[in-house]
Design a binder for this molecule. Structure first.
Ligand SMILES: [Zn+2]
Length: 71
């Protein structure tokens, strides 16, 4: 006979691991891609994520819009 309670706590552990992994993935900094992250720019850059503040604002505006639209 399998121990029902052992099985239950094992599932709980798995669920917790999964939640932690998901949370970690969310907190990952955005990787350097060599390209400006602005959708309307996409210029090659040496470092960072954007070529100027306009592009950063454009990107952040895009994120906000996605949140509002729920995508
Ligand atoms: Zn740019």
């Amino acid at each position: 006979m399998t121990d029902f309670f052992d099985q239950a706590s094992e599932d709980e552990d798995k669920f917790r691991d999964y939640s932690v992994a998901r949370q970690r993935a969310k907190n990952q900094p955005i990787k350097f891609t060599g390209r400006c992250l602005s959708e309307h720019c996409n210029a090659q850059i040496e470092k960072g994520r954007f070529c100027d503040s306009w592009c950063r604002e454009d990107y952040e505006h895009g994120l906000r819009m996605k949140k509002i639209l729920g995508r």
